[in-house]
Design a protein around this ligand. Structure first.
Ligand code: ZN
Length: 315
């Protein structure tokens, strides 16, 4: 082999090595748990593939979708191997009686011993009377939650406050774009985000209640009384610790129309990495929304002709 060929060969080898490094296998094992919602308006069959793709596109996650049995289904053999995953993403909302005690205990053990949990939108409606689950999510709404579930939590004069007055938990107005205000900017999830940014048309959950223990509210949004709101700065992004486990909770993401938001996608990808590892290695994209303008990613647009599913209002 001539010297020149040898050099060329080495160059090719070097390039191949680079390609191999760039295509390194994703290292974070993530489960997306789905299979039930409070009604057809939370179409988990539609949203789960989008939530899956968002994690996969980062190159960081190896995603497994686990579909729980439906209402009336057989839970005796439903025993997810939680410990195989560094993070479990809930796109799931079921009533207290759905899970056998043993299943609840195994999930508590997983998070308590350091497993990550991500709570997306109506997943904070699930399990109103399961004490540990409510400690994990910090706050939740609907399914009969009231003052017995814990106080309301919101921001006032720049800090988190609570209100124990009686009343049901959970509300939202029409789905309109809304401004999100970053409240903690030195957390790995929010580090580098603008102080204020716009979410696309989505439900702005308000009046959630819960224990709020070990909870840090990273971002809030003003719930406008003109749109059936509370007049309060409501928690939008939260982190909670439960035992050794890290929880990231976003109230955004009602339907496909909310999921093409670069704001949603970015904090979901970053929040899931943080819940799994305690770190965020992903950069904030250059096209992140600004204070006045939401931004969207075309590949996550709803399919042509899609309309948001409707259904009987929840109680
Ligand atoms: Zn919703």
């Amino acid at each position: 082999m001539s010297k020149r060929r040898g050099f060329a060969g080495l160059t090719v080898l070097f390039l191949l090595t680079c390609v191999r490094v760039a295509q390194a296998a994703p290292t974070i094992r993530a489960m997306i748990l789905t299979g039930e919602s409070g009604g057809p308006y939370h179409a988990w069959q539609e949203t789960t593939p989008y939530l899956t793709r968002m994690l996969e596109e980062t190159g960081l996650f190896q995603v497994t979708v686990v579909t729980a049995p439906p209402a009336g289904g057989d839970f005796s053999t439903f025993k997810p191997d939680w410990d195989r995953y560094q993070v479990v993403v809930f796109n799931y909302d079921a009533p207290d009686e759905r899970w056998p005690d043993e299943l609840k205990a195994s999930f508590e053990q997983y998070v308590r011993s350091g497993g990550g949990l991500v709570v997306v939108h109506a997943s904070d409606n699930a399990f109103p009377k399961w004490t540990a689950y409510n400690l994990m999510i910090g706050i939740g709404g609907w399914r009969g939650r009231d003052e017995k579930s814990g106080p309301f939590w919101y921001f006032k004069d720049g800090r988190l406050v609570s209100d124990s007055s009686p009343g049901p938990a959970g509300g939202h107005g029409a789905r309109l774009p809304y401004k999100i205000e970053t409240r903690v900017s030195d957390h790995p999830i929010t580090n580098g985000l603008p102080q204020v940014w716009m979410q696309v048309a989505d439900e702005l959950y308000a009046g959630l209640r819960g224990p709020g223990a070990n909870m840090t509210v990273l971002a809030t949004a003003y719930s406008d009384p003109a749109n059936r709101g509370t007049g309060r700065d409501e928690p939008i992004l939260m982190v909670i610790s439960y035992g050794k486990g890290r929880v990231f909770h976003t109230i955004m993401g009602h339907d496909l129309a909310a999921l093409n938001s670069i704001g949603f996608i970015t904090v979901y990808q970053r929040g899931t990495e943080w819940a799994a590892t305690g770190r965020v290695t992903q950069k904030v994209p250059a096209d992140f929304p600004t204070a006045d303008k939401p931004s969207t990613r075309a590949e996550y647009n709803p399919p042509a002709g899609w309309t948001s599913p409707t259904g009987a209002p929840r109680k």
